[in-house]
Structure formats: C-alpha cells, structure tokens
Design a binder for this molecule. Structure first.
Ligand SMILES: Cc1cc2nc3c(=O)[nH]c(=O)nc-3n(C[C@H](O)[C@H](O)[C@H](O)COP(=O)(O)OP(=O)(O)OC[C@H]3O[C@@H](n4cnc5c(N)ncnc54)[C@H](O)[C@@H]3O)c2cc1C
Length: 223
C-alpha cells in the first residue's frame, strides 16, 4: 500500500472528476494498469475499488478519471476529498492490455488497433496509446470515445499525439463546427473496424459486451 496525496481535483460536469496524486517513490506500472483505492466510509466500513491509471508512465504524478456514482460508497469518499488529503492505493495491478495487443499483432497479424471507450473508460487508453506508438511506430491506432457531452472528452489532445481520436456525443445537441460525431459508437462501428482489426473496449459492463459482440460480428479480433 502507498499513501498518496491529492495535488489536484477538477470537476468535469457534475459527476466526473480528474483526480491527481503525487506519484510515490518506487511506484511502477505498465500502460493500462489499475490500482485499488482503499478507504473508510463515514460509518467506518472499509471499502476497496479499482481505478485505471490515466497518466503517462513517465509523468511524476498519478491521474485518475472517475465517475461519481449516486450513493456510491467510494464515490462519496472521493467527493469529500480535497487537495492535501491522502488516500491509500495498492501497487499497480495488470490489466494485461499490453500483452493482448502484442499477441494480436504477432499471432493474429492485425493491421490496425481500435480502442473504444465509454465515459471514464477512456482512462487507461492515454498511457496505452503512447506505448503502442513507441512500440509499433506507424501502426494505425484509432480511439473511439463516446460520452454524453463534449466537455467529458478530457484526453482528446493527449490521445491525438499518438492516435486518431474520434469523439462521439450522445446527448449534446449542437455540435456544429466541432470534430465530434453525434450518436453511439456501435452505430458507426463498421466504418472503423474490419476483419484485420484488433478491437478493445472499456466502459460499463453491458456496453462493453454489446460492442464486443458487434465487433466480432464484423470479424475483428477481440482477445
Ligand atoms: C479494473 C477496473 C478499473 C476501473 N477503473 C475505473 C476508472 O478509471 N474510473 C471510474 O470511474 N471507475 C472505474 N472502475 C469502477 C470503480 O471500481 C467503481 O466500481 C465505481 O467507482 C463505483 O464505486 P462506488 O463505491 O462509488 O459505488 P458502489 O457503492 O460500489 O455502488 C453503488 C451503486 O452504483 C452502481 N454503479 C457502480 N458503478 C456505476 C457506474 N459506472 N454507473 C452507474 N452506476 C454504477 C452499483 O451497481 C451500485 O448499485 C473500475 C473498475 C474496475 C474493475
């Protein structure tokens, strides 16, 4: 366990936060990894929840992008956190995205990688796309990110340094003059995915399982 201090907290809309901590000495992680936050509720109940690391591995801080769930136990703890507070986090846990991508490229001979995320599910893609670019140079990588509103697409600029980023919004009505697409990724998937694609999706469980089904139907590799 590491005790980390909040060095910045920013609200994105009403129910999402970007939470930045100091990176403790000796803390190491691979792109895509997550940690467990450990805390106590007001009633003194110990709670443990997983959160993906959104910061690039070379950075000297740890960044998380978190949806605050109504009445969620950890969400309430995180809502109360202010700069200077500390929280305990575990060592990094492997999400194994790196291994899956290596396997897809070497064994399945895919010719492009498509990463799809809903909401804060995009967090692990920031360090991941930087790693893919370093490892596979010009390999085509597309990040499809679906949110309710455009202001939730907080990593667009970071991701665009390493991949083609396509943002989808489902609730915003006026997107004229922006690069955004209106609607759901699912409905446009066949434009981006083919039988030589490695496809990875991160987000709420039901969303992931339905979009993976759709990508498999198109013939993409989804290991
Ligand atoms: C490997 C991994 C990585 C994760 N990374 C992130 C991350 O980077 N960012 C992030 O925001 N979350 C992430 N999560 C989800 C996170 O671990 C918690 O489940 C989430 O923050 C809710 O915890 P809670 O204690 O506030 O809510 P709980 O007290 O556990 O749940 C309260 C209620 O809210 C419901 N609920 C839980 N999650 C949601 C949701 N997203 N939307 C609507 N209702 C919900 C529950 O079903 C329950 O009814 C990750 C989960 C895993 C397994």
């Amino acid at each position: 366990m590491f005790s980390v201090e909040v060095i910045d907290k920013q609200y994105i809309g009403k129910n999402k936060i970007l939470l930045k901590f100091n990176k403790p000495k000796g803390f190491e992680y691979a792109p895509g990894d997550y940690v467990f936050f450990e805390a106590k509720t007001k009633e003194n109940e110990k709670i443990i929840r997983a959160y993906s690391i959104a910061s690039f591995t070379h950075e000297d801080f740890l960044l998380f992008y978190i949806t605050l769930v109504p009445a969620g136990k950890m969400s309430q703890v995180l809502q109360r956190l202010v700069v200077g507070d500390t929280i305990n986090i575990s060592e990094a846990r492997q999400a194994s995205y790196v291994d899956k991508i290596k396997k897809a490229v070497s064994d399945y001979k895919v010719t492009q990688i498509v990463l799809a995320a809903a909401g804060t599910g995009v967090a692990p893609f920031c360090p991941l796309v930087a790693w893919i670019r370093e490892e596979y140079k010009d390999f085509p990588v597309v990040v499809l990110h679906q949110t309710s509103y455009s202001n939730e697409q907080v990593f667009r600029k970071d991701i665009e340094k390493h991949a083609n980023y396509v943002g989808f919004v489902t609730r915003e009505t006026d997107i004229s003059g922006s690069k955004l697409r209106k609607g759901r990724i699912q409905d446009a998937l066949s434009e981006f995915v083919n039988s030589r694609t490695y496809f990875l999706a991160v987000g709420p469980f039901d969303w992931v399982s339905s979009i993976l089904d759709k990508a498999r139907g198109i013939g993409a590799a989804t290991i």
